[in-house]
Design a protein around this ligand. Structure first.
Ligand SMILES: [Mg+2]
Length: 247
């Protein structure tokens, strides 16, 4: 039955709780085993789809190497074949990261997360800095031109190459084995995931949003812990999650 589904999972706010500092995230010790069992059940059609670099995600799932889309799809590991993004191909962005680090040096609540081929500006620690952080991000992306765009998120704005997007990369997976021909399920929690929901809905799949907020997802779940509970039941007992209709 489960050879019908391909499972795509966002990371922050979906598999793990969002934390104040993006580098302080922690993975529930039971999660890697759950994902391994599910991966097996799904004939390998399981991937993590995140704005984080693949190297960061791999580090948190050591020693496992799950299929992944990192940096909103700029990086991929499909059926074990890895394609990474080279920061040297983004010299303008690299210069901009240096400038941004100088601009926020006097603003301790704002964090610059340098991901190599993209850069995120976080203000979760200093909500009063939201306006300053957003206008800085807008000015930076304007200076970079049309090859880059701004991706809004929860207390974060990210500058990334225009080609990146979760919807596009999920579609790429769905054209590759072992994902091809399967019904996609995508679980996410943030604005960047809405783009993925759009693709999954277009493929007749199942879109699941974690937490509050306007969404085009068909199903809503409360928290990352709720999701882990659903995934655990699916992994161990074959219980299809989210009342997925077995078409
Ligand atoms: Mg997320």
């Amino acid at each position: 039955m489960e050879d019908k589904y391909a499972l795509f999972l966002d990371f922050d706010g979906t598999l793990v709780d969002i934390v104040e500092r993006p580098d302080a995230v922690s993975v529930d010790p039971a999660l890697p085993e759950i994902l391994l069992h599910l991966q097996e059940r799904l004939g390998g059609a399981l991937a993590i789809v995140s704005g984080r670099p693949v190297a960061f995600l791999d580090h948190h799932f050591e020693p496992h190497r799950f299929d992944m889309a990192g940096l909103h799809g700029l990086e991929q590991r499909i059926a074990g074949n890895l394609h990474l993004c080279d920061p040297q191909e983004h010299p303008q962005l690299r210069r901009m990261v240096e400038r941004l680090q100088k601009v926020v040096a006097e603003r301790p609540g704002i964090l610059i997360e340098d991901k190599g081929c993209s850069v995120a500006i976080h203000w979760r620690l200093a909500p009063q800095e939201k306006e300053f952080a957003l206008s800085t991000a807008h000015a930076a992306v304007e200076a970079l031109g049309s090859e880059y765009r701004l991706q809004h998120g929860k207390a974060v704005a990210e500058i990334l190459p225009s080609a990146a997007g979760k919807g596009k990369v999920i579609e790429r997976f769905l054209h590759s084995a072992p994902y091809r021909g399967r019904r996609p399920i995508f679980v996410g929690d943030d604005l960047t995931d809405e783009n993925g929901f759009k693709t999954v809905n277009a493929f007749g799949g199942v879109s699941v949003r974690i937490g509050a907020g306007e969404t085009i997802a068909k199903i809503r779940l409360g928290t990352p812990a709720d999701l882990r509970h659903c995934l655990s039941g699916w992994a161990s007992d074959g219980l299809l999650p989210f009342n997925v209709d077995d078409r």
